[in-house]
Design a protein. Structure first.
Length: 419
């Protein structure tokens, strides 16, 4: 959200059934412009947002960024890494910050250190809201140095609040370093070295000094209803599904390799983007595809055991919004709300793979079980169920005809059975 308050859409968020809310707003440089200062008054507006989230039962993921000038490893760059002799000062700041805002009425328990830190300073503006701990001149793109910061900060955060959760800043992870995309039409190779940032953290012993790996995963509308993909990860609607799956599995394999298989994963920026220069981004086909994508990406997030999947954002960028500029619901919002109602308290049971050309998942919830199914190959499929369901819904919760024989298209449906 751009602000956790009524003027930035708090009411539709509350009505959506959302559990998590993420805010990129806590600037170290504002609170400690001079070393040793604590200008908490600079956070007065953000403090109200924290209170709003806590009051409304939203679990807040709070990003801490913006290095003050006296601590910048790269002078003049506020998204810069912290220079070595000021890491202790950053640790002290984080301890004071967590001690102040972990208890009620703020109740912040999730702390994300930076936003897309796996970006080099030369690739963004000096005051960028993302980046820029990356270093293209060193091995593992600067991830090893980010680990040095975690070794200092993590003990301080836990000393202030043992229940606090420290997350690696949401990784851009633009492409798979072990399987880069195909060369461009001009023959240019894609540089995936930034993708080694996380491995650098782990290689330098950083795995003992964070609780959560946060990453970002966007898919792009492919121009026809139901179609999307991310060529940088060889991922598509009719092969692997949402790119979040590919990224989550790559991260888990790294964590397993370095002896940390139990770390939590969060996709803290998830969306379907549209970047066409024509009118297709305002088309009904795109609006429908975005609502289908919501159902698919949230079902897959639960199936992949993610702790959180955060849509970016409520109002969106590149037409990813769940609501319009007046905070009126779009079809994707209705799909989000219905997905939240179906998946709340649900447990992943397994993949549905007995129907050719069809993708699906089975979940259980209390005394019910349900499937979510859709055509993955783009063709229509008629399937026969072994027993008549109790209810069938489309992605926005409209009840469909109940039958053992169902026609599947690229539009996901939910199929529910009572005992």
């Amino acid at each position: 959200m751009n602000g956790i308050n009524p003027e930035n859409g708090l009411e539709p968020v509350k009505k959506s059934g959302a559990f998590w809310v993420r805010r990129n707003a806590l600037l170290w440089s504002e609170v400690e412009p001079k070393e040793g200062q604590r200008k908490w008054g600079a956070l007065a507006g953000l403090e109200n947002e924290m209170k709003n989230a806590s009051r409304d039962g939203l679990s807040l993921i709070l990003i801490v960024r913006s290095t003050p000038s006296w601590a910048q490893k790269f002078p003049g760059v506020t998204c810069s890494a912290v220079k070595p002799d000021k890491l202790a000062a950053f640790g002290s700041f984080m301890r004071d910050l967590v001690a102040r805002y972990s208890p009620p009425p703020y109740s912040v328990k999730y702390w994300e250190i930076g936003n897309e830190p796996d970006i080099a300073p030369e690739l963004v503006s000096p005051d960028s809201i993302f980046g820029c701990w990356g270093d293209s001149k060193v091995s593992y793109y600067g991830g090893e140095y980010y680990a040095e910061m975690l070794k200092v900060v993590y003990p301080q955060v836990k000393a202030a609040d043992p229940q606090a959760q420290v997350s690696i800043g949401g990784l851009l992870f633009d492409c798979n370093p072990d399987n880069p995309p195909e060369p461009s039409s001009s023959g240019k190779l894609y540089d995936c070295t930034a993708g080694s940032f996380l491995e650098g953290i782990l290689k330098n012993g950083g795995g003992d000094f964070f609780d959560i790996v946060s990453y970002h995963a966007y898919d792009y509308y492919a121009g026809t209803i139901g179609a999307f993909g991310s060529s940088n990860w060889h991922s598509a609607w009719n092969t692997t599904g949402p790119v979040s799956i590919a990224k989550a599995r790559y991260i888990r394999s790294l964590l397993m390799t370095y002896g940390h298989p139990d770390k939590s994963l969060m996709n803290t920026e998830s969306a379907l983007l549209c970047i066409s220069k024509n009118q297709q981004c305002q088309s009904e086909d795109f609006a429908s595809t975005k609502s289908y994508y919501v159902a698919e990406v949230y079902a897959s997030a639960l199936a992949e055991a993610l702790q959180a999947n955060v849509w970016y954002s409520l109002t969106g960028w590149r037409d990813s919004g769940l609501v319009d500029e007046k905070f009126q619901p779009l079809p994707a919002y209705d799909a989000f709300r219905f997905s939240a109602s179906m998946l709340q308290g649900a447990v992943f049971v397994g993949n549905i793979d007995q129907f050719s050309g069809v993708k699906g998942y089975e979940f259980s919830r209390k005394n019910q079980r349900f499937w979510i199914l859709w055509s993955q190959d783009g063709a229509d499929h008629t399937i026969q169920l072994s027993e008549t369901p109790t209810a069938v819904y489309d992605v926005i919760g409209t009840q469909l005809t109940v039958s053992r024989n169902l026609n599947l298209t690229v539009a996901p449906i939910y199929i529910e059975w009572n005992p």
